[in-house]
Design a protein around this ligand. Sequence first.
Ligand SMILES: NC(=O)c1ccc[n+]([C@@H]2O[C@H](COP(=O)([O-])OP(=O)(O)OC[C@H]3O[C@@H](n4cnc5c(N)ncnc54)[C@H](OP(=O)(O)O)[C@@H]3O)[C@@H](O)[C@H]2O)c1
Length: 288
Amino acid sequence: LIITITTHNHILSPLHSTNTMAHPNRLNNTRVLIFGGTSGIGFGIANMALSNNAYVTISGSTQAKVDAKVKELQSFYPNLATDKVSGHAIDLLDLDNLEANLTSLFEKVTEGGQKKIDHIAFTAGDAPVLPNIATLEMDEVLHMFHIRFIGASFIAKLLKTGKYMTQAPSSSYTLTGGTNSVKPMPGWAIGAGVGQASEGLMRGLAVDLKPIRVNLVSPGAIETPLLERYLSKLGPEKVEEWKKYGTLTGTLGSVVDTAEAYGWFMRDYFVTGKVASTDGGRLLAGEH
Ligand SMILES: NC(=O)c1ccc[n+]([C@@H]2O[C@H](COP(=O)([O-])OP(=O)(O)OC[C@H]3O[C@@H](n4cnc5c(N)ncnc54)[C@H](OP(=O)(O)O)[C@@H]3O)[C@@H](O)[C@H]2O)c1
């Protein structure tokens, strides 16, 4: 009989034995890339990452807007070094050139793979024109998958090469879903399906990209330009009704809150394959 005696210090990896010093700012000087970083939730994530002294790259569909949004972020942090925030455009709807354009973007952001990315948040999405199930057209259904599913999948393909992201549990890739995939409003069948597809993709990628961690944030109604377009059609009374009956907090979400969910997934090296909901309690709200 052989008995091995070992102390905790021997069996714990360096990743887990760090509670012998002040709590670290795990985003400090990390490289964070945000698809959808020019607006709404993605812009909030960029702002959160900058406040933690990360190097931030934002992306959106046009270079003019990317440049304007980089300037806006710089204006929030007057002493920011100029290399802390940058931006590159990519049109994720250009499917014919998607892989080539993504490769070119990753080459630029990482300077040919020399400056690897630590975290990617994917919040890109065009304003959903939700297909009506009664008049459904094939193109409408396929279009719903273009940015949110195909775009997110081909980014994963490039991460699998190992060239652009550090292959370690300190790295993360976070996708975006929405509460409508678990509690669809009327007219949301296709939208709900696409949201669930993103969740399945996230779980599969958590397995296929390991040790990179892959997770998904599921926001409720968050005040962004995308939601604004939807709410403006409802009118103020309906919006107040939504806040009262559609949430437990009585509020819409702020991107400042939503960004914290993405921040958790970046900072916690032990979380992968998970959904974080930030929705004001929407799933518990309403008639019981
Ligand atoms: N806000 C909510 O209440 C809510 C709730 C649940 C889920 N979501 C989901 O969360 C994600 C972010 O929503 P948001 O409210 O932050 O929306 P948003 O403010 O409209 O931002 C969308 C982002 O996607 C980018 N984008 C759009 N089309 C693109 C294209 N063809 N190529 C590349 N980038 C493109 C936009 O860039 P440009 O404008 O620069 O083109 C922008 O940065 C979306 O998938 C949305 O469905 C939002």
